[in-house]
Design a protein around this ligand. Structure first.
Ligand SMILES: NC(=O)c1ccc[n+]([C@@H]2O[C@H](COP(=O)([O-])OP(=O)(O)OC[C@H]3O[C@@H](n4cnc5c(N)ncnc54)[C@H](O)[C@@H]3O)[C@@H](O)[C@H]2O)c1
Length: 349
């Protein structure tokens, strides 16, 4: 079959990436979707089970920092669109292993951009999926896309640095990049280190929710299908060189989030909810909140469709229905497979 478009998604085996890949594969049978992922600890092979045998889906097991691999992809695959999601994403770990965050999030973005820009046929869109964390914590203001970047942790700093790299290819070459900055995304299949799946997993194992610190930390949450819809809309209607915030007005203090999840999972009376919370020390610096304005994206026609009540209901149900999803993981070994990309597979440790 001749495909009308080839879309490369990096990090397509991760939480958001797998939802994006499934949506693209299911809704665009005439597009070829290539997923480049090194299958880091936060992926599950089961996330893409439903689409992996589809004709319009190709998986490449490889590292976004491997310039030889990226050059090969762009010289042979006629990529029209890049969604760049591959990244190290856990803020806590970014303090302990900042060099790996720098390597993947900054160098990986540079290698990918460079290969895409030098491709014999350049992609017509390069969409970089960034985060509201690049703004740093709000001091009362609501951030729009022109607000200054003041990242306060190594993860956010590498996302901001990668944004600058992406932007520089627009400034110098008019390479058609777009940047999105999303609120906290949640939903089924998110790895258990992130706050909602962490609380749910603790509760399912009859442990207390560990709420970090005593500061009034709150976050805005965006359901994953709304994030995916935003990225697809930005692909079709977004303007090259622009940045789009992607978020909701739904904000919840983390301690209240824990209480809500206790009520949903444990079904206990209000008076017993706090028995399931344990307050533990936080890191010294934590951003209290990241409120963002999303008018620019709304003008393209985007609205969050999934309410918090519905999104969290679906998420809790999914974790209850899939208690072993994250424990039953196997390592992939493609090294000796007939797959032409197998030579680029990362080393197994
Ligand atoms: N989850 C959120 O709340 C959120 C919010 C805003 C922005 N983002 C951004 O969205 C993107 C996806 O986030 P997520 O939550 O799905 O993360 P995730 O950690 O679930 O997925 C990241 C994916 O990248 C892959 N990866 C890591 N290093 C790689 C490398 N060297 N080469 C190839 N693949 C590699 C991993 O295997 C994984 O599949 C990230 O860029 C993140 O910064 C996430």
């Amino acid at each position: 079959m001749d495909f009308t478009r080839t879309v490369l998604v990096t990090g397509g085996s991760g939480f958001i990436g797998s939802h994006l890949v499934c949506s693209l594969v299911n809704h665009h049978p005439d597009w070829r979707i290539i997923n480049l992922d090194n299958l880091d600890y936060c992926h599950s092979p089961r996330s893409l089970e439903s689409i992996e045998s589809r004709k319009n889906y190709t998986f490449i097991w490889g590292d976004v920092c491997n310039s030889r691999l990226l050059d090969r992809i762009f010289s042979t695959e006629d990529v029209d669109v890049v969604f760049h999601l591959a990244a190290k994403t856990h803020v806590e770990s970014s303090f302990e292993s900042s060099s790996s965050f720098q390597r993947v999030n900054v160098d990986g973005t540079r290698v990918l951009l460079d290969a895409a820009h030098r491709a014999p046929r350049q992609p017509r869109r390069f969409i970089y999926v960034s985060s509201d964390e690049v703004y740093g914590g709000s001091r009362g203001e609501v951030f729009d896309e022109s607000s200054p970047l003041r990242p306060t942790n190594p993860y956010a700093a590498t996302k901001a640095a990668a944004e600058r790299l992406v932007r520089s290819y627009w400034d110098k070459y008019q390479f058609p990049v777009i940047i999105t900055r999303s609120n906290n995304v949640y939903g089924p299949r998110q790895y258990t280190e992130k706050v909602i799946p962490r609380f749910l997993t603790l509760l399912q194992e009859n442990n207390k929710c560990t709420v970090q610190g005593t500061l009034p930390v709150s976050r805005h949450f965006l359901f994953v299908s709304d994030a995916v819809d935003a990225f697809l809309l930005v692909l079709e209607k977004g303007v090259a060189g622009e940045i789009y915030n992607v978020g909701t007005s739904f904000e919840i203090p983390i301690a209240q989030l824990a209480q809500e999840l206790v009520r949903m999972v444990k079904n206990v009376p209000r008076s017993e909810v706090n028995d399931w919370l344990e307050f533990v020390p936080d890191r010294p610096q934590v951003d209290l909140r990241y409120p963002i304005r999303c008018e620019k994206l709304q003008q393209l026609g985007w609205r969050a469709e999934v309410s918090w009540a519905e999104g969290i209901r679906q998420t809790v149900k999914w974790y209850q229905d899939h208690p072993d999803f994250w424990s039953a993981r196997t390592k992939r070994n493609d090294k000796n497979s007939p797959n032409p990309w197998a030579q680029f597979a990362p080393c197994l440790d």
